[in-house]
Ligand binder design. Sequence first.
Ligand code: LLP
Length: 443
Amino acid sequence: MQTSNQSLKPTTTKINENKHLEIGGCDLVELAAKYGTPLYVYDEQTIRTVAQEYKKAFSSYPKVNMLYASKAFMTKAIVRILDEEGFGFDMVSGGEIYTAHTAGADMKKCLFNGNNKSSDEIKMAINYGVGLISADNFFELKLLDNASKAAGKVTDILLRVTPGIECHTHEYIQTGHLDSKFGFDLTQVDEVIEQIQNKYNNLNIVGLHAHIGSQIFETSIYYDEVEVLIKEMARIKQKYNINPTHINLGGGLGIKYTKEDCPPSIYEIADKIISSININSEKYNIEKPEIHIEPGRSIIGTSGVTLYTVGSSKQVPQGKKYVAVDGGMADNPRPSLYQAVYTAELANRPEDKNEEKVTIAGRFCESGDILIQGINLPKLKEGDILCFYDTGAYGYSMSSNYNRVLKPAAVLVNNSQSDIIINRENYEHLVSLDVIPSRLIKN
Ligand code: LLP
């Protein structure tokens, strides 16, 4: 059965009676006119559908906790939607913890993770009642124990480990291989447990945590990951007088950015994970663990599109044709960072025939600010609205104010209604944190 991460477009995308692209019952050309461009548009139905697909795919396994990896895209409205769908949140900073808390997330269901959490962030997590903290390194054990002691609490922790599994994705987004900045090497786990048992009375090890990488298309590595973690749990149980019961498998499932991409379905991933648990808990003779999964991109990526307005163009004599849009690497750094490839269509003339191959350039002052290298499109005219698909994950969340360009707005669409979920920045916002020392003030 197909799941939404295998679709190139939000589930509600269609061409409407105006011959425009429409998502969530909203005409994209009208949205561009109403809210301006660049504009991130999120389809609520797609988000809820994927969340439900995850729940359904894992429904045969009773001990599953669903977390959403907030780093993919977090705003208070997204927290509300996924909280309603029963998800907790994987959070990696004070900012993400604050957003979840202020939007009313169930903090008991949440996890705080990261390779260099500050002691203030750890205190905040403990004070807000975050259910689990993933301990990443030796330095942090002390911080975690001190903060727990000061709060008069015992903190449940997972040990983040690097399972030594390599996946075929961009080098920058692989995380589970041995030479990684995240987590303990499996050969260090004994020392971690011994330190905790000997020195840290306010930490309770409930299990292990790993994350292999992102934009993963291989299902077998999830099988292997579960085996590595279960084998390690069994070893720990036998050697020490503790009973870890949880494994957190991270996120990573890929989405379809181009028609050539064939990510597996959520059901295929769930089947691999569940069958590996069944086989390996018997093989290593331990009780079936409670699991956490924490997808980010596959929950939010497909639901989001970005609308740009076409501006200038340039034909290089005997070379490429560049067409520039009003956004670029500051609202979507993925093409320049990871050579990520996107699919785009004209929102105002989606049925026009493709006539030319063009390079879509951003507006930022850098030659590398190219959003798509060589895409076939109808002849583009100034004022056309281009719709980039699959920009829902790691777009806004990695956006910047490069060139002092204002960050775009984000709207949520559903049942023909559109609502702002992030306001467009204005110039006042932009300078609001700037301070001129008094000796430099012009009088
Ligand atoms: N859990 C942990 C511990 C992670 O480090 C990540 C992502 C996730 C879950 C969620 O992974 P996802 O399901 O989204 O693949 N900026 C990059 C992606 C970086 C991912 C970092 N960790 C990109 O734009 O491709």
